[in-house]
Design a protein around this ligand. Structure first.
Ligand code: GRF
Length: 206
């Protein structure tokens, strides 16, 4: 299966996918495009280091959402990707890409949705919010993407304990290592194997 990975930052989730295509559960998966919302994303270097084609398509370089949305759709179509994976991608997608790739776009969120998600809940913020609430577990969620932040059908979740001496940074690190870097490749595996069915907004794994 061919996939496009959308990024905005460091790209450790992209790296987890790359590693699994080389020596892991995604040997039959090809990353045909890394699309970044920012020219400064370190994820672009990870793509270059691994010979993966990349493109920068920034909302701010376009006069309208429509023009930007069209450019995103064109890039994905030209790549031949069948699945779009948002791996630390910070822009809300435009309506055209969401409808043309309906049920073919997944996102990883660093909390157990529906907790600590939605607009503004990115980076360190979900972890700060989790500690401020005093939750005893947190984790990560892979979900399908619709036109709202963090709202489509949930595909996979994995939890870790919140420890008494956790800081937002230590919790973030543990969730990345123990949840995100495993969950996202697992989700791609399930989709590549045709094991995911969505009915009435609920994902079932066959
Ligand atoms: C991850 O925590 C991811 O869950 C969130 O943004 C962060 C991206 O990290 N959506 P990286 O760029 O993959 O290192």
């Amino acid at each position: 299966m061919k996939i496009a990975v959308f990024v905005s930052g460091g790209g450790t989730n992209l790296q987890a996918i790359i590693d699994n295509t080389k020596d892991g559960i995604l040997k039959d998966v090809e990353i045909v495009l890394v699309l970044s919302s920012s020219k400064d994303a370190y994820a672009l270097e990870r793509a270059a280091n691994n010979g993966i084609p990349s493109a920068v398509v920034s909302r701010k370089d376009f006069d309208s959402i429509e023009a930007w949305d069209d450019a995103v759709v064109s890039a994905v179509k030209a790549s031949g990707a069948e699945l779009v994976v948002l791996a630390g991608y910070l822009s809300l997608l435009g309506p055209k890409i969401v409808s043309e790739y309906s049920n073919r776009i997944i996102n990883i969120h660093p909390a157990l949705i529906p907790s600590f998600c939605g607009a503004g809940m990115y980076g360190i913020r979900p972890h700060k919010a989790a500690l401020a609430k005093g939750v005893k577990v947190s984790g990560a969620t892979v979900h399908f993407v619709n036109e709202n932040y963090d709202e489509g059908p949930i595909l996979l979740q994995k939890a870790v304990e919140v420890l008494p001496d956790d800081t937002p940074e230590s919790l973030q690190k543990r969730i990345m290592k123990e949840c995100e870097w495993k969950l996202l490749p697992e989700a791609i595996r399930l989709i590549a194997d045709g094991r995911v069915v969505i009915e009435n907004n609920i994902c079932r794994i066959r």
